[in-house]
Design a protein around this ligand. Structure first.
Ligand code: UDX
Length: 460
């Protein structure tokens, strides 16, 4: 048996995979983790990346990196409109990406390329791959549950759920229980037609690919997996959680992670700290930011808060806080610009995660058994939050526009009351399931074997 595995590894040593991450933190992290997993299976790895938000190649000496010009102007690169940026990337990268692929495919000094693995949101890369007769496998970095909703967008538009009308927010979406209209994965203040266009591109070109990889696991999203397997002709591989494979992986963080958070956590009581972080893209207005600050302060719990520069619209960093805010808390609060999130969530002092429910954060919290306070901002986060609070029941959702009193109440329910104990119990069971799927015979390891054999059979 072992000899057979060695021979298969040896054969794959002659094969190369080209990976192409979308240049945002929540997409770069899982793509580089996937690269590490596939490298451990014997494949050589080439990463193509844009100059914009480029990962640091020196952290990954085993991979070959090729940078392509994205053609962004200074003002485009500083845009906060993710829909605009996604569209731009799918237009401006076409030629540079094709040129880079042509060069890689014609380089006889390198191993032959088995396939391209690109982010689902780089949907233009399907046509490029087709034109070069190169199979494309997709990495969808979000969950299966939100993807099922994206697949249903044409139907939701036809039946009048989309675009969302304020008068319908509390109405159930009968076709997608338990979602209500307010949980649909939309984004405010962007051109709706552009948004529908990139969602359609993402879904349709994923469907046209040679397979889709998910950073999720069967036991978490079984019914959504069944739905997709019925609706999609191509193979689907939930092989997550990527960060829990026992592999040494380097950081792909675009911002420096402040290690003072760990020494501060070391001084706090077990399960007492609220860790609050809203990911790499979400933004708040000043009034929301102040309600959060006072809600945390009035909760009487210690808190570690990531305030990313740019989190508060119109502010550099902490200027909106009243002067002396931190001092009055007597060391009960620690505010930083960016955390080593995986270490923070695994720390015994952390008792809850107040999150925007980006998929990575949601999965990372589940894997450490940390219950969540959900405050989704846009797109898939809305669906993730609903699943956390109402399907898996491992967190509480804060209603949109919650003030400091509602926040304080929510923190008490989770940290002090019986309800919180039940939630903790449920998430610790889910954590065990996440662990089992990566043990011998576990669902994700089996799906990884299927993925590796599927890729090995693909021919360019
Ligand atoms: C974005 C979208 O917002 C999200 O909806 C989608 O699912 C993925 O892309 P982002 O806002 O960056 O994601 O959130 P998330 O998916 O949670 O990813 C953030 C990553 O940054 C996580 O891997 C997290 O561990 C890391 N992180 C976050 C840090 O390392 N330090 C921090 O302080 C905060």
């Amino acid at each position: 048996m072992e000899n057979q595995i060695d021979t298969q590894m040896e054969q794959r040593k002659g094969r190369r995979l080209v990976l192409f991450p979308l240049p945002f933190q929540g997409h770069i992290n899982p793509m580089l983790l996937l690269a590490t997993i596939l490298h451990s299976k014997g494949f050589s790895i080439t990463i193509i990346h844009t100059n914009f938000n480029s990962p640091n190649p020196s952290n990954f000496p085993n991979f070959t990196f090729h940078s392509i010009p994205d053609g962004f102007s200074e003002s485009e690169a500083s845009s906060k409109d993710v829909v605009f940026l996604a569209k731009l990337l799918n237009t401006k990268c076409v030629e540079p990406f094709r040129d880079c692929m042509v060069k890689l495919l014609s380089d006889v000094s390198e191993e032959p390329i088995s396939c391209l693995i690109s982010d689902a949101f780089f949907y233009f890369s399907q046509a490029v791959a087709d034109s070069l007769k190169l199979p494309r496998v997709v990495l969808r970095t979000g969950g299966l549950s939100s993807f099922v909703v994206f697949v249903a967008f044409p139907l939701l538009r036809e039946r009048g759920y989309l675009p969302i009308q304020d008068s319908q927010l509390e109405e159930p979406v009968a076709e997608l229980p338990p979602l209500k209209v307010k949980d649909l994965p939309v984004i405010d203040n962007v051109d709706p037609d552009s948004y529908y266009e990139i969602i359609a591109g993402m879904v349709n070109e994923s469907k046209a690919s040679a397979g889709i990889i998910w950073n999720s696991f069967e036991e978490l999203e079984q019914s959504e997996l069944n739905t997709l397997r019925q609706e999609f002709p191509n193979p689907i591989f939930p092989i997550g959680p990527f960060h829990k494979y026992h592999l040494t992986s380097s950081s792909s963080s675009l911002l420096a992670q402040d290690q003072s958070s760990i020494s501060w956590l070391d001084k706090q009581a077990p399960k007492s700290v609220i860790y609050a972080s809203f990911g790499s893209l979400a933004a708040l207005n000043e009034a929301q930011f102040l309600e959060i600050a006072w809600g945390l302060a009035n909760s009487n719990q210690p808190f570690l808060w990531v305030v990313r520069p740019g989190l508060v619209r119109g502010s550099e960093w902490l200027e909106p806080l009243p002067s002396g805010f931190l001092e009055t808390l007597n060391g009960r609060a620690h505010i930083i610009k960016w955390a080593p999130q995986l270490e923070v969530l695994a720390h015994p002092a952390v008792g809850a995660f107040w999150t925007h429910n980006g998929w990575n954060s949601t999965l990372e919290s589940i894997c450490e058994g940390v219950p969540m306070i959900c405050m989704p901002c846009f797109t898939d986060q809305m669906v993730n939050a609903k699943y956390v609070s109402q399907v898996w029941k491992v967190g509480l959702q804060l209603e949109n526009g919650s003030d400091r009193l509602m926040i304080e109440r929510c923190i008490r329910r989770l940290m002090v009351e019986k309800e919180g104990e039940e939630i903790r119990d449920r998430i610790s069971k889910l954590k065990d399931k996440a662990k089992f799927c990566l043990q011998q015979g576990g669902s994700s390891l089996q799906n990884l074997d299927s993925l590796v054999s599927h890729i090995s059979k693909l021919e360019s």
